[in-house]
Design a protein around this ligand. Sequence first.
Ligand code: SF4
Ligand code: SF4
Length: 227
Amino acid sequence: MSEKEFAQPDESLYSPNKKGPLGRAFAPVAGFGVTFSTLFRPAVTEQYLPHKPEQKTPPRPRYHGMHRLNRYADGLEKCIGCELCAWACPADAIYVEAASNHPGEQYSPGERYGRVYQINYLRCIFCSYCIQACPTRALTMSTEYEVADQTRESLIYEKQDLLVPLAQGMLSTPHPMAEGTTDANYYRGEITGPTQDQVDWVKQVRPDDPTVSSAQVSTVATKEAQN
Ligand code: SF4
Ligand code: SF4
């Protein structure tokens, strides 16, 4: 190889510019130039005051916040305890234990329900893999982002912390599936509310259940299921 190929590049191409006498004189305070130029611009800091919710900036509608375990319109839980969410989780943040539904103790359509359901928010990275893996849309994410707490134990959310409350007109569980339906009717979204048979069953087994009087009976479920 020739000597020319090993010649060093021109040093001025990568060396910092040499300062003149004025530059050297102001060098110790030159960094403050950025400070002073920013001092009189409007602040972009967003207030975050948990005790003043009116000052909180609402997240975007598709923001991935805390999880929710959803219900069908008749009150049955959508989670079937399949554990696919736990297997999909890259942070090993979900723990599920399934149990069998029984005729007198039916919590979800089909054979099984999620008896134990935990999400460890010390591990969760809010990637949403779990909700994409869920076959029944039982698990979704809300826009709630206030997850901080004082202890490790309080950041492991149990099923009762994640399960959505009963909406107006739903019937509390356990109760049988809508008569004449299979779990497929539930998965297809054909259940629009508790049927009279379901309400009567709860009235007989738990006469003091407050959701019996508020249940909004639906006839659509059975009609569609029989088609
Ligand atoms: S959002 Fe991601 S890290 Fe959090 S529980 Fe779901 S899969 Fe795991
Ligand atoms: S939340 Fe969905 S994926 Fe997870 S156990 Fe329940 S049904 Fe299965």
